[in-house]
Design a protein around this ligand. Structure first.
Ligand SMILES: Cc1cc2nc3c(=O)[nH]c(=O)nc-3n(C[C@H](O)[C@H](O)[C@H](O)COP(=O)(O)OP(=O)(O)OC[C@H]3O[C@@H](n4cnc5c(N)ncnc54)[C@H](O)[C@@H]3O)c2cc1C
Length: 415
């Protein structure tokens, strides 16, 4: 097993960032805490509009979910279309769905502009049972993925997949070129200091003075951020990547598209540019980040769903070379919090497992709101903010995920 993620192993040198001294003691219009996709996208939009922006990231650029995810980018939100209408009503839901499509397209423009980002069109959804929403029949499915359990499918030709860490690194460089200061390895927290805010952290020789602060911290550090920790749960999810075996993998997964299945606690997978298979699985409110255990779970999943591929890989001596986890932020309703606080403390977090289009969409809306467009956040303001109840909430989420997995197994056995 190799250390770190496949993305880290294939991304090259980290992007240039600013030293903490470049922002320490400075006065900025907006300090953004968190340099994932949400924070960087917002930093770029604000800097291009002329604001003085500092974006502070606790780890390396892309160390959070944005640089270690499945790399799928499609329309929609984590909560699903029907639940979204029930949550905010049809008018706000329609605006949010439009924004989610615009988010996907903005990401596609960025991802396809640079061949190094390995973008490819196509996301295939597979079902284990016939389903009117999945028009591809068994033969069409078998031409794309050779797994005995998959019986129906649907293709999303506008969706795409890509190398998320490389995209994030390129975005960091562009955002800096647009005038934002980006500081990596700089954990920071805000505290009110009238007028405005001060942002301090152990790597900063002096606090930053900011008229406004945006919390774009995803699922990381929620324990130190009561404004978000009250309404978001950190949820872990897992990825493993096989050794290179381009011929074997293409024989069993002929499609270039990224693939996911419709089970309640489903899997997703895609072929990578260097002839490996990325396999994504599982969610847990407590789960492990031990690579060996994640790889063992991936091997069991692969044997269950693509048994012939698992057998051929084993015969060729190919196992899993990389395995890792990442943390997502989930509200109880699976929608993010994108809020402009009257006190200048703003929220941009909670994109769950569907952030590659929604984080840019939400960041654009927040940038417009901070630029004076009073209506830009109206659909987000309609999203309620129920408490997640700390450890009790995590226990209940874990029980829910386990129940979903059990229901999947029962219906697989009955199929
Ligand atoms: C394994 C995995 C697979 C996924 N697959 C997909 C997928 O295929 N498609 C999709 O659309 N979505 C996917 N997601 C979800 C997606 O990655 C997230 O929704 C998205 O990246 C969230 O972006 P973010 O900027 O809000 O959070 P993050 O990318 O997590 O960024 C938040 C950053 O804030 C930093 N931070 C936290 N606290 C502080 C602090 N006090 N000071 C400074 N910095 C701080 C963290 O270090 C982190 O880098 C996946 C997530 C995971 C974990």
């Amino acid at each position: 097993m190799q250390p770190g993620t496949w993305y880290e192993a294939t991304a090259g040198a980290p992007p240039a960032t600013d030293p903490p001294e470049a922002v320490a003691g400075a006065e900025v219009d907006v300090a953004i805490i968190g340099g994932g996709l949400a924070g960087l996208w917002l930093a770029g939009a604000l800097a291009r509009a002329g604001a003085r922006v500092a974006c502070l990231e606790a780890g390396a650029i892309g160390a959070g979910a944005s640089g270690r995810n499945g790399g799928f980018c499609s329309a929609g939100w984590a909560c699903g279309a029907r639940d979204l209408v029930a949550l905010v009503g049809p008018a706000h839901a329609a605006r949010l769905e439009e924004a989610a499509v615009a988010g996907r397209e903005a990401m596609a423009r960025r991802a396809f502009a640079d061949p190094g980002l390995q973008a490819r069109r196509g996301i295939l959804t597979l079902g284990l049972w016939p389903d009117p929403a999945l028009p591809l029949g068994p033969e069409a499915v078998a031409a794309r993925v050779r797994g005995p359990r998959y019986r129906a499918g649907a293709e999303d030709a506008a969706g795409f997949h890509f190398h998320p860490l490389r995209l994030l690194q390129a975005l960091a460089e562009e955002t800096r070129a647009a005038g934002a200061r980006i500081v990596a390895h700089c954990p920071a927290l805000p505290r009110p200091r009238a007028p405005g805010w001060e942002v301090a952290g152990p790597a900063l020789p002096a606090p930053i003075r900011a008229r406004a602060v945006v919390l774009a911290t995803g699922g990381y550090g929620l324990g130190d951020l009561p404004d978000l920790g009250r309404i978001l749960l950190p949820i872990r999810t897992f990825i493993a990547v096989t050794g290179p075996a381009p011929g074997i993998i293409a024989a069993h997964v002929p499609t270039d598209a990224a693939v996911s299945d419709t089970r309640r606690a489903g899997n997703y997978f895609r072929r990578l540019a260097d002839g490996r298979l990325l396999w994504g699985m599982g969610i847990s409110a407590f789960g492990t980040d031990r690579a060996e255990r994640i790889a063992a779970r991936a091997a069991a999943d692969l044997s269950a769903h693509l048994p012939a591929l698992a057998r051929d890989l084993k015969a060729a001596g190919v196992g899993f070379d990389f395995a890792w986890s990442g943390v997502m932020a989930y509200a109880r309703h699976f929608m993010p919090f994108v809020r402009a606080g009257r006190d200048g403390l703003h929220l941009l977090a909670g994109f769950g497992g569907h952030g590659m289009n929604t984080a840019p969409a939400a960041a654009e809306a927040l940038a417009q709101a901070l630029g004076g467009d009073g209506g830009a956040l109206a659909p987000f303001d309609a999203i309620p903010a129920p408490a997640v109840h700390g450890v009790l909430g995590r226990l209940s989420a874990e029980a829910h995920y386990r129940a979903l997995r059990l229901r999947d197994r029962l219906s697989e056995a009955a199929a």
